[in-house]
Design a protein around this ligand. Structure first.
Ligand code: AP5
Ligand code: MG
Length: 190
């Protein structure tokens, strides 16, 4: 089983590159952001809670997020593994993911870090905000998301280096070149 964590700041290309990884390797895609936006669209209680937090650019509490991820993982019945997009975002989430996979006799195969400078992230997200209207793609919320990323999520790079899973990818440039670099990193760990 292939378990890939795709990692990076808001707008670094996690969702975009996940689609290509899914197509090449036959993986299931779990995007925690997509799961939460689905709950918001469906008007559930979880969606209402998530909306309040996402609109402020903050993180959903670990305990809640971990239980959502666990139930998503349990619901999968086929495929060659999973690409985790937007999870983990804290050390507690990384530890929980490792434990969940270990219980299944598995582990994370590779953590793919997409590195993109902040001015480019801001440009990409403001553009997407205009085109698709994602509610958290406005300048004020993007700035908060970047602060949260730097303070709470970025320490995971070190965590995954210590776990021997970290792969650095330059996430600035052509989509095809970035994908080729990702595929080479995955292939080297299979
Ligand atoms: P989430 O949905 O995960 O959002 P995010 O991490 O802020 O990242 P994005 O989805 O905005 O960007 P991306 O990296 O997927 O880039 P994309 O491919 O779209 O999370 C949203 C919120 O949910 C969080 O803020 C939090 O509140 C909550 N949440 C989610 N998971 C959580 C968790 N585990 N714990 C707690 N809370 C959680 O690309 C962005 C744009 O750039 C697109 O328009 C794309 O077309 C373009 N683009 C992509 N690649 C390139 C390129 N190479 N060159 C030019 N443009 C490009
Ligand atoms: Mg995304």
């Amino acid at each position: 089983m292939l378990n890939i964590v795709i990692f990076g700041a808001p707008g670094s290309g996690k969702g975009t590159q996940s689609e290509r990884i899914v197509a090449k390797y036959g993986l299931n895609h779990i995007s925690t952001g997509e799961v939460l936006r689905g709950e918001i669209a469906a008007g559930t209680e979880l969606g209402e809670t998530a909306k309040r937090i996402i609109d402020k650019g903050q993180l959903i509490p670990d305990e809640l997020m971990i239980s959502i991820l666990a139930s998503k993982l349990d619901s999968l019945t086929s495929g060659n593994g999973v690409i985790f997009d937007g999870f983990p975002r804290t050390i507690a989430q990384a530890e929980a993911l490792k434990a969940m996979l270990n219980e299944r006799g598995q582990d994370v195969t590779a953590m793919i870090e997409l590195d993109v400078p902040e001015d480019e992230l801001m440009k990409r997200l403001l553009l997407r905000g205009q085109l698709s209207g994602r509610a958290d793609d406005n300048e004020e919320t993007i700035k908060k998301r970047l602060v949260v990323y730097n303070e709470q999520t970025s320490p995971l790079k070190e965590w995954y280096k210590n776990d021997g899973k970290h792969c650095y990818i330059n996430g600035l440039g052509e989509l095809d070149r970035i994908f080729d670099d990702i595929a080479a990193a995955i292939d080297s760990r299979m």
